[in-house]
Each structure stands twice: as structure tokens, then as C-alpha cells.
Design a protein around this ligand. Structure first.
Ligand code: S3P
Length: 171
């Protein structure tokens, strides 16, 4: 399989969707949001899905979606923050594209996610300690998966996107 998609990974609230929207315009590629695809296919929100069927079921749907995506035309794929938790998912992404990691400090993340109740992983745990601990736990998987890593802290979207575009050319 040729390398084709550009997968955006990173912690919840890092700005994957916002960056992906601008990036796909600049690259002339369609945008795929893994969470939105799963919600549309299941006819319910991620929150409802977690409540009714549990996290493992959601993770299975992410894995199945990644398999389907390897047959789709090149796109910018904005991924749910936990997609790297399964090594098989990372292998699949690497087979079908490049992986771009967006990072931000836990403080920055908290500012972006607080007040939002659509993330079951953070509901009831919307605090800096939890975010910091979860980020530390996940960071090795994010770093191992990434072909490219961009820090977003304090940067406007336009600056993040131009950084990505100049870094992408050698990939
Ligand atoms: C999750 C991140 C969410 C969504 C789900 C689980 C996670 O996506 O896939 O709530 O485990 O990090 P965002 O990263 O877009 O918030």
C-alpha cells in the first residue's frame, strides 16, 4: 500500500480537528474525523457509545475504521486521542500513511477541554493531575507512532499549519 493518508494524533483537546480542517484545505485533501465517522455509523454520540457499550467496543470500532480507511482515497485523518493505545492501530496507520503528532502542555489542554462534557475519558476527572498523569502514560505510544512531532503551545493555527507544511515536504 502506498503511503497516502496524513493521520493527526495527539491528546484530547490538543487541536487536531482545528488544525486538520485548515491542513486539508491547504493540501487539497478531504477531511476524515474518526470520532465523527464512528458516531455517524453507530447513530449515537461517543458519550452514548461509551455508556451503552463500553470503551472496549469503541476501541474495536476505531480499529475497524482504520482498516476501512486503508482502502479510501488520501485524506487528512483527525484521530481520536486514544487511537495509539493499540499497537495494531499504529501499524495499520503506518502502512497507509504518515503520522503527525500534535503536542501541548497539560495546562493548555485543560484550558481547551474544561467545560466540555463530550469526552467520557475526562468526565469526572477534569483536572490537571489527571490530565498530566494520562498524558505521561500515553506519551511513549504517541512518540513511538509519530513520523513528525509539532508543539502547538501558544501558537496560532496558521503558524502550526505552516510549520507542518514545511516539515512535511521531506516525508
Ligand atoms: C479519546 C479521545 C476522543 C474520543 C474518545 C476517547 C481518548 O477524541 O475518541 O472520547 O481516549 O483520548 P479527541 O481526542 O478528539 O477528543
Amino acid at each position: 500500500m502506498d503511503r497516502q493518508h496524513l493521520f493527526l494524533i495527539g491528546f484530547m483537546g490538543v487541536g487536531k480537528s482545528t488544525v486538520a480542517r485548515v491542513l486539508c484545505e491547504r493540501l487539497g485533501l478531504p477531511l476524515i474525523e474518526t470520532d465523527a465517522r464512528i458516531e455517524a455509523a453507530q447513530g449515537m454520540t461517543i458519550t452514548e457509545l461509551f455508556r451503552r457499550s463500553g470503551e472496549a467496543c469503541f476501541r474495536d470500532l476505531e480499529t475497524a475504521l482504520l482498516q476501512d480507511l486503508s482502502r479510501e482515497a488520501p485524506a487528512v485523518v483527525s484521530c481520536g486521542g486514544g487511537i495509539v493505545l493499540r499497537p495494531g492501530n499504529v501499524r495499520r496507520m503506518k502502512e497507509s500513511g504518515s503520522i503527525l503528532l500534535l503536542t501541548a502542555s497539560p495546562e493548555h489542554i485543560l484550558r481547551r477541554v474544561s467545560g466540555n462534557t463530550t469526552r467520557p475519558i475526562l468526565n469526572g476527572n477534569m483536572n490537571l493531575d489527571h490530565i498530566r498523569a494520562l498524558m505521561e502514560r500515553r506519551m511513549p505510544a504517541y512518540l513511538a507512532a509519530a513520523d513528525l512531532r509539532i508543539s502547538t503551545d501558544g501558537k496560532p493555527v496558521a503558524e502550526i499549519v505552516s510549520e507542518i507544511l514545511s516539515a512535511l515536504s521531506p516525508l
